[in-house]
Design a binder for this molecule. Structure first.
Ligand SMILES: CC(C)(COP(=O)(O)OP(=O)(O)OC[C@H]1O[C@@H](n2cnc3c(N)ncnc32)[C@H](O)[C@@H]1OP(=O)(O)O)[C@@H](O)C(=O)NCCC(=O)NCCS
Length: 188
């Protein structure tokens, strides 16, 4: 799965991405609300090697794409997608601090939803977020997702009980918002 948006390209992670990926994923601010905080470059290299065997999402497995600037191919973040066998999808997105606040996350999700609801015929997309993660809460609202649930202290995370908010979007809601095929710039 490769996608292009106006300013971005989403494609496979490469071995040469490891230092940049480690740089932002190991940043405590970036990984504050995320389950994965790599401790070594080797851990990231191993992650990329495991992903390199996958060219398309398959049910039950997290499928990770690089988010790159179209103009020079530099890595600015990554996007994970997990499909379920019944036609649903969950995702998680991470941007390097220098790339945040420029609308790249919104543009990435717009491209992703076009692909999921278009070519992959997914019925429902959802995401799970810690409500203290203000940037993520804002992002999910701005792309048209609905808050469906707020579970109080339902997860144990780094030694504390934390809340979990679920956002979701149905294929028909996406089409109502954007028209059939919206955000689907190119894919192969
Ligand atoms: C979550 C994340 C990807 C959002 O990236 P971003 O660069 O802020 O996203 P965008 O620039 O596309 O902005 C999306 C919207 O959120 C708003 N926003 C961003 N940060 C905000 C904040 N702290 N408070 C309120 N709104 C905020 C933007 O103004 C924009 O709204 P608009 O479309 O109405 O203008 C980024 O903060 C990140 O990588 N965080 C660390 C990893 C993480 O926690 N990921 C979440 C896992 S799902």
């Amino acid at each position: 799965m490769e996608l292009s948006t106006e300013r971005l390209r989403l494609d496979a992670l490469k071995e040469s991405d490891a230092p940049a990926l480690f740089g932002y994923r190991a940043d405590p601010e970036v990984s504050r609300y995320q389950g994965w905080r790599p401790e070594t470059l080797g851990e990231v290299e191993c992650f990329i090697r495991n992903q390199s065997a996958r060219s398309a999402p398959s049910p039950g497995e997290w499928f990770q794409r690089a988010i790159r600037l179209a103009e020079d191919g530099s890595l600015i973040g990554d996007l994970g997608v997990c499909l379920s066998a019944d036609g649903q999808a969950e995702f998680g997105i991470t941007l390097a601090p220098a790339a945040q606040g420029r609308g790249y996350a919104r543009e990435t999700l717009h491209g992703l939803f076009g692909e999921l609801f278009g070519r992959l015929d997914v019925h429902r997309v959802h995401a799970s977020v810690d409500p203290r993660n203000a940037a993520s809460m804002a992002l999910l609202k701005t792309v048209g997702m609905r808050q469906e649930a707020h579970f109080r202290e339902s997860l144990q995370f780094r030694g504390e009980w934390v809340d979990d908010v679920i956002f979701a979007l149905l294929a028909r809601e996406w089409r109502e918002l954007h028209g059939r095929g919206a955000g689907f710039a190119a894919s192969r």
